[in-house]
Design a protein around this ligand. Structure first.
Ligand SMILES: [Zn+2]
Length: 546
């Protein structure tokens, strides 16, 4: 009888050098349909993280997860609203989802308590939601703060309460309500009603305000007149609230993968240059599978940046352009249904780049002086939970991490993907937000080693509406004052679409970015001093501000 070969042995081995073909080989495995979209807390993500750990084991890296393994399990689970949550005004109950909708705890958006009761608290009207609070913190303390709907750029009432700012203005209030329930679209309401991924051991301690949306009817019942006719600081009746949540831990567990290449300098090896990517993605499409080529043709015309471009019904002109593309593809191959979010670029590209860096460095003739810490974060797509957990519970002393280099989506960026795109196109974010020296070093390495990248800094501007600074794992390091730099080749038609597949990745580009990260990491690791932090450190528990 023949012995069955383990799966890993069937893939041809990669070489020590960082090459386009090694990266392609790895990505074909990592972003294959068999990984089922790598959604954190599912079998697919479990399998993908097992592949990373098996490679690290084979290469001989030092495990730096928990209990001597490469893994750090995170307490990811789903949290829903318990139907017994209630709000009472003058002894009369408001109706859940019709009159009030509890807000979930999304640390970066709504830093609210999800469980707790507040008895007989006084309601106070605080004007429209916005960045300029009308109450003093003392006036808001222990009260139910009721806001009118914020105004959008055209002066119309808006349901987009997170874009308005100001939700976190009164951290000592008992509860915060915004009267937007009637204008909240069904899809957004469904989101509030659904069970959301959470770190179940890191819920706010209950002293944070409860949060909810209120219907106009309920808000007017509170104050006895239309909100338009209320003056800020108007006081209403006493209200009692009790919010409850349901919690379910993910099985199999979601897990970060953590490994180290020990530095060569006995004095400096206790400091780490961290390099990060996220191994998870969006999983499987719920509902009917879609035709791959048709979807791609549609997005090429209507959503050139994928999920980043808002959907709109195509105009007649656009429809004929979509048909043209679809028909020319159909002439080459039959269109096929697809239901797997492969996440080849997002962030398969960064995940396999880290493996190539590990493979290069472990066999390099000379190791860097400082140690190199590799972290494949999980649950980035759900809300940066893997990196939040790792930085709250680091497996090396937090202060020993001298910088974090984050790569997320680094395999695209040609002229068909993005304006000004091309072989040297690279977006860079955050490089000078804590350390001017790091920002300068990034530029110097690009010039010194002839990488020839043209850095696009536009997404790094303060207040940029796309908020990239707050939207990938590097932020979780930056909030603790660790200098970070984030590299990405940017968004494209396949971003968060079923069509983000290995066949559309530019492997020469991916190899070039990976090699640049290598040179940068080595430069920081070999500095004769620790990178100087010359900017103000943020409050690690405050919401991110770009
Ligand atoms: Zn993503």
């Amino acid at each position: 009888m023949v012995t069955l070969q383990p799966a890993a042995a069937q893939t041809p081995p990669t070489t020590d050098a960082i090459t386009p073909s090694d990266l392609q080989l790895r990505l074909k495995t990592f972003a294959s349909d068999s990984m089922m979209g790598r959604e954190a807390g599912t079998q697919g993500a479990f399998k993908a993280t097992a592949y990373i750990a098996a490679e690290l084991e084979r290469l001989g890296l030092t495990p730096m997860g928990e209990n001597g393994t490469f893994f750090q399990n995170i307490p990811l689970g789903v949290q829903g609203r318990d139907a017994n949550s209630r709000v009472e005004v003058d002894g009369r109950s408001l109706s859940l989802w019709k009159d009030f909708a509890p807000l979930p705890n999304i640390p970066t958006l709504f830093p609210f308590s999800t469980d707790g009761s507040r008895d007989g608290v006084e309601a106070v009207y605080a004007g429209r939601l916005g960045r300029n609070p009308v109450l003093t913190p003392e006036q808001a303390e222990g009260k139910l703060i009721v806001y009118g709907a914020p105004l959008d750029a055209n002066g119309n009432p808006s349901f987009e309460i997170w874009a308005a700012g100001g939700l976190d203005a009164y951290p000592t209030a008992a509860a915060i309500a915004v009267a937007t329930l009637d204008i909240t679209p069904a899809q957004a309401l469904q989101f509030l009603q659904s069970s959301l991924p959470q770190l179940l051991d890191e819920q706010p301690d209950g002293s944070a305000p409860l949060g909810m949306l209120l219907s106009r009817r309920a808000a007017e019942r509170l104050f006895g007149r239309p909100l338009e006719r209320l003056l800020p600081r108007q006081v209403g009746p006493r209200v009692s609230l009790e919010f409850l949540s349901t919690n379910e831990v993910s099985e199999p567990p979601a897990r970060n993968v953590v490994a180290v290449i020990v530095g060569s300098d006995p004095a400096l090896r206790h400091q780490y240059v961290a390099i990060g990517a996220h191994s998870d993605h969006l999983g499987l499409l719920q509902g009917r599978p879609l035709y791959h080529d048709s979807l791609r043709a549609f997005n090429a015309v209507v959503r050139p940046e994928g999920e980043e471009t808002p959907w709109h019904p195509p105009t007649p002109r656009e429809t004929s352009r979509i048909r043209e593309i679809r028909d020319s593809l159909a002439a080459v191959r039959p269109d096929q249904r697809d239901s797997v979010f492969n996440g080849a670029d997002d962030d398969g590209s960064g995940s396999v780049a880290l493996l190539e860096l590990a493979e290069y460095l472990i066999h390099a003739p000379e190791r860097p002086k400082r140690s190199v810490l590799f972290v494949w974060h999980t649950a980035e797509e759900e809300g940066l939970y893997g990196s939040e957990y790792f930085t709250d519970h680091p497996t090396v002393p937090r202060d020993s991490i001298v910088t974090e280099i984050n790569v997320d989506m680094i395999g695209r960026g040609d002229s068909a993907d993005i304006e000004n795109g091309g072989p040297g196109y690279l977006q860079i974010i955050g490089s000078r937000r804590l350390s001017t020296e790091l920002g300068d070093l990034v530029e110097a390495v690009n010039t010194r080693d002839n990488h020839g990248f043209t850095f696009d800094y536009q997404y790094d501007v303060d207040g940029h509406p796309q908020q990239y600074y707050c939207r990938s794992d590097h932020y979780m390091y930056a909030r603790y004052g660790i200098p970070i730099v984030f590299f990405s080749t940017g968004s494209h038609r396949d971003y968060h679409q079923l069509t983000d597949e290995p066949e559309y990745v530019d492997y020469d580009k991916l190899a070039a970015v990976t090699t640049f990260v290598l040179d940068l990491a080595q430069s920081v690791a070999n500095l004769d001093h620790r990178l100087v932090v010359d900017k103000k450190k943020p409050n690690p528990k405050a919401p991110c501000v770009q």
